[in-house]
Design a protein around this ligand. Structure first.
Ligand SMILES: NC(=O)c1ccc[n+]([C@@H]2O[C@H](COP(=O)([O-])OP(=O)(O)OC[C@H]3O[C@@H](n4cnc5c(N)ncnc54)[C@H](O)[C@@H]3O)[C@@H](O)[C@H]2O)c1
Length: 274
């Protein structure tokens, strides 16, 4: 049974591979004997992480330039992977914008729904949702030819529930200037669950499995006040450690989940129950 978790010589593309969790997905793959391919806008970071992973785990990791919003960029990456590795076995749609609340000088709080710009909306959708659509289309086509493949979409606990805006509140700030988690994040993360179900059924008879992982917030030195407010919403009373999704990623990518498609795996310390 344990053999089903092995990813020996599987070539797995991670979009946004140079980011905080992208690196952890890559390590999970490498620890199971797979070759993680880190696609990112920041190719130097991706290559540096890949070099460290190759040395530590003795696998063929690599970093490749990728803009998930551009079809040509995805096709170029795929071609490079096919030339270097021969085939792609799995894809993790992980790249996304994490819309940050920025200070502005025009007296408006731009994260708020009333003020949220079309430009920001379009950009967030383009990276998190259209990027996953395009990567699934271009790389999924290749999997279809082989009659085998796995796609893992990274959503969020905010793909299941609306953000509790109380945790983003600033003390002493007037109501119309209170920052919020932007609408685009909710929409992208909910939509990925829809994309997963669509593709899972579309490709069910083509040997391609498609699932969603919904991680809860990972501790990354956020301010204490924010962490306290957030952890009150989590039955387990804490944020995740960055390595606490690795086993789930391995499960979802490997044959250990061979009868699972179209599913949403929620790992959030119980937050969705409240
Ligand atoms: N960190 C968390 O607490 C958390 C919680 C739940 C869900 N998630 C989700 O996990 C995923 C990874 O999160 P993270 O914390 O590692 O984010 P991150 O911001 O550290 O990494 C995102 C990566 O995506 C890359 N990227 C952005 N635009 C791109 C584009 N057009 N083409 C290619 N790459 C692009 C960035 O360069 C970056 O390296 C995201 O989908 C995020 O929404 C994160």
């Amino acid at each position: 049974m344990m053999d089903k978790f092995k990813l020996d010589n599987k070539n797995i593309i991670i979009t946004g591979g140079a980011g905080f969790l992208g690196r952890m997905h890559a390590e999970a793959i490498a620890q199971a004997g797979g070759h993680p391919i880190l696609g990112d806008l920041y190719v130097e970071e991706a290559q540096e992480i890949a070099a460290q992973i190759s040395t530590t785990f003795h696998v063929r990791a690599c970093g490749i330039q990728l803009d998930v919003t551009k079809k040509e960029s995805i096709s170029e990456m795929l071609q490079t992977v096919l030339n270097e590795y021969g085939q792609v076995d799995a894809l993790i749609n992980n790249a996304a914008n994490d819309p940050k609340v920025k200070e502005t000088s025009d007296g408006l709080e731009h994260s708020r729904f009333e003020n949220f710009s079309l430009e920001q909306w379009n950009n967030d959708i383009e990276v998190g949702l259209t990027g996953s659509f395009l990567c699934s289309q271009i790389i999924g086509r290749e999997m279809e030819k082989k009659g085998k493949g796995v796609i893992l979409n990274i959503s969020s606990d905010l793909g299941l529930n609306a953000p509790d805006q109380r945790i983003y509140r600033k003390e002493g700030c007037p109501e119309h200037l209170q920052p919020v988690k932007p609408v685009s994040y909710s929409v992208v993360k909910h939509a990925l669950i829809g994309l997963t179900k669509y593709l899972a059924t579309y490709w069910a008879d083509k040997g391609i499995r498609v699932n969603t992982l919904c991680p809860g917030g990972v501790y990354n030195n956020q301010p204490d006040a924010f962490v306290t407010k957030l952890t009150h919403l989590i039955p387990m009373g804490r944020m995740a450690n960055k390595d606490e999704y690795m086993a789930a990623v391995l499960f979802l990518l490997s044959d250990a989940s061979s009868y699972m498609t179209g599913s949403t795996l929620v790992i959030d310390g119980g937050r969705h129950c409240w």
